[in-house]
Write a new protein. Structure first.
Length: 351
């Protein structure tokens, strides 16, 4: 049986940052993830997708963010159970939990942190009768390698951040990019909407709104899509790739059966304190949780992980005082095992 201080379910950005914050408190972590590698969706779905709202990085690729988080936390030597799904949880008489995976691997910890992102997921597909005939033959629901689209004609459908961001990114790679949305208004960040409009004005992106893809045609692979603009006759648009980016349909999977309070496919937590669930000792952080005012942003997950670790320390060390040391003055252990010295300073004691 694997034992640890904090068992983290989900090895995405929030889970990885939890390792670092826990490490500062001298707490050990072990992570479980159904994917075969660390990084969650950032590694599996869109490693080359640019992210714009990570502090200090005007732009960073999702895969690079994962790599840097791994560098940051590896000094605390986390353990990983990868390629296995957390299946069941049992509370023990001593208050600890045993989590067993679908492959029978058992893990024991006094604290469990669910950082599973959106959970298991599948792309939302447009309602086109023959779309399955073209999957992997010109129809893709996610972009893993942008170079795959170099000098190709690309049609993207969607109105959120993914559709906007990839339209912007591919405008410098593909021979043509057409963005289609069923409304004139977009759901993405205003900066991205303005950038798409700028690229439209200089002819680098064709923007068709309000419109929908109503048909897809080809002989063995996509050759064109039928675009129907509101109030007009359908037109055929020649393309090499059709990429519908309508988001993911999330599912909590086995976690939904753990007795946690669920609301709209997310785990309710007490954000006024520490992001603990209705079961003491089980926390939910990152996109998997919900509370009034919740924003599904990576940086919000980082904040939640930080406060969660402070609370977890008290569960693991009941009644013990600890000292909050700012890394700017206390330093952290270096990646090579040496100590990064910092100037002496007064630190704040917390009960």
């Amino acid at each position: 049986m694997i034992t640890t201080d904090i068992l983290i379910i989900g090895a995405g950005p929030t889970g990885l940052f939890t390792v670092f914050e826990a490490g500062l408190l001298k707490l050990n972590c072990h992570l479980i993830d159904a994917l075969p590698q660390q990084g969650g969706q950032c590694s599996e779905l869109y490693p080359k997708k640019p992210i714009y709202d990570i502090p200090a990085y005007p732009e960073i690729l999702a895969g690079d963010l994962t790599h840097k988080l791994m560098e940051q936390c590896k000094q605390f030597e986390p353990g990983f159970t990868l390629g296995e799904r957390a299946e069941t949880i049992e509370k023990q008489e001593d208050g600890s939990f045993i989590v067993t995976t679908n492959k029978g691997t058992k893990h024991k910890a006094p604290v469990v942190a669910i950082a599973g992102g959106l959970g298991s997921f599948e792309p939302r597909k447009p309602l086109l009768e023959n779309i399955s005939d073209f999957e992997d033959c010109g129809v893709e629901y996610m972009i893993k390698e942008p170079e795959f689209y170099r000098d190709k004609k690309v049609v993207i459908a969607g109105g959120g951040d993914s559709a906007l961001d990839w339209s912007i990114f591919l405008s410098d790679i593909a021979s043509s990019v057409t963005l289609i949305h069923r409304r004139n208004e977009f759901r993405g960040h205003l900066d991205s909407v303005e950038k798409v409009q700028e690229l439209k004005n200089i002819g680098k992106i064709e923007l068709i709104t309000p419109a929908e893809i109503t048909g897809i045609n080809g002989n063995g692979k996509v050759e064109n899509v039928e675009v129907t603009k509101k109030g007009e006759e359908p037109i055929l648009l020649e393309t090499d790739h059709f990429i519908p980016l309508f988001g993911l349909s999330p599912k909590l999977g086995p976690i939904a059966n753990w007795g946690l309070e669920i609301e709209k496919n997310a785990i309710k937590v007490n954000n006024a304190l520490d992001y603990q669930t209705n079961i003491p000792g089980i926390y939910a952080i990152g996109d998997v949780n919900t509370y009034p005012g919740k924003l599904k942003l990576i940086l919000c997950g980082f904040h939640e992980a930080t406060l969660m670790c402070q609370s977890a320390y008290q569960i693991i060390n009941p009644g013990k005082r600890y000292v909050l040391k700012y890394t700017t003055v206390a330093g952290v252990d270096g990646f090579d095992g040496t100590r990064k010295e910092a100037p002496k300073a007064v630190v704040k004691a917390i009960d």
